[in-house]
Design a protein around this ligand. Structure first.
Ligand code: HPA
Length: 267
């Protein structure tokens, strides 16, 4: 049996085999959102092919169950490229999500802002992204399916629905372009000035590989950043992972309200 088939069998044995509608990847400091789901938590360590590396501030559980009546699967943690140098680290887990029946994927992250009008504590819906790392999780994929179109990779209908849910909750959900920088070191002020010139509005160390993989698998995708800091050189505040973890919960409460409303209205 393949690793994915083994993982699927374990998930179905513990959580039942009703199809999942949507997958949600939680970013730094957002892991506790998995607790909003009424369902079963399965440690990644029990699931072949799921990432085992862990970054503090992440919750290494796969949670499957109901949120606002919709069957969802939540990845409480991701493996970042910077952990082991594998940009395709989330591929098996996302393949399992697809096999569970998911149609949509919502990815979240913590990010630094390059826009003074999108300060820490705000949420930014990704209108698009820049793969500044030059890495790609589909390198080595032998089939023609690797030539994934990335126009509208951030699905317009999903974005419209998420924006409507934010508005309905009185939340100002900004939109902007996210640049993926590999990390784990933060960017220099000169790099941030460059990214601004290139048209980026926020910067982070994740998400882009998952959106590429999601599109490869035929999932409709959207992503939301919680802004935890102004990017390097843009404020006097010191940038650190501690700060990211401390600030992410500010956005998490808003994110939960948006997601609940969005799921409650999902067709
Ligand atoms: N840069 C990269 N990743 C981040 C940042 C940042 O400023 N803040 C949170 N994650």
């Amino acid at each position: 049996m393949s690793k994915n088939a083994e993982a699927l069998a374990i998930i179905r044995a513990r959580a039942g085999d009703a199809p999942v509608r949507l997958g949600l990847v939680l970013g730094s400091g957002l892991g506790h959102l998995a607790g909003a789901v009424e369902g079963v938590a399965i440690p990644y360590a029990d699931l072949p092919g799921f990432p085992h590396a862990a970054v503090s501030g992440h919750n290494p559980n796969f949670v499957i169950g109901l949120l606002e009546g919709v069957r969802v699967a939540v990845f409480g943690a991701r493996e970042h490229y910077y952990e082991k140098g594998n940009s395709a680290a989330m591929r098996p887990a996302l393949e399992v999500l697809k096999a569970l029946g998911a149609q949509s994927l919502i990815v979240t992250n913590a990010a630094g802002s390059m826009r003074p009008d999108i300060p820490p504590g705000d949420l930014m819906l990704l209108s698009d992204h820049i793969n500044y790392s030059g890495l790609n999780p589909l390198i080595g994929e032998p089939t023609d399916a690797r030539f994934v179109p990335m126009t509208d990779a951030h699905n317009p209908a999903l974005r419209a629905a998420l924006t409507a849910s934010a508005t309905a909750n009185g939340i100002d959900l900004k939109q902007g372009v996210y640049a993926w920088y590999s990390g784990p070191s933060f960017e220099t002020p000169a790099e941030i000035r460059m990214l601004k010139l290139l048209g980026a509005d926020a910067v982070g160390m994740s998400t882009v590989p998952e959106i590429i993989l999601g599109r490869f698998l035929g999932l409709e995708c959207a992503a939301i950043s919680t802004i935890t800091n102004m990017a390097a050189g843009m404020s006097d505040e010191k940038i650190s992972h501690e700060h990211t973890k401390a600030m992410a919960p500010l956005g998490a409460a808003k994110l939960e309200r948006i997601l609940r409303h969005f799921l409650g209205n999902l067709r």
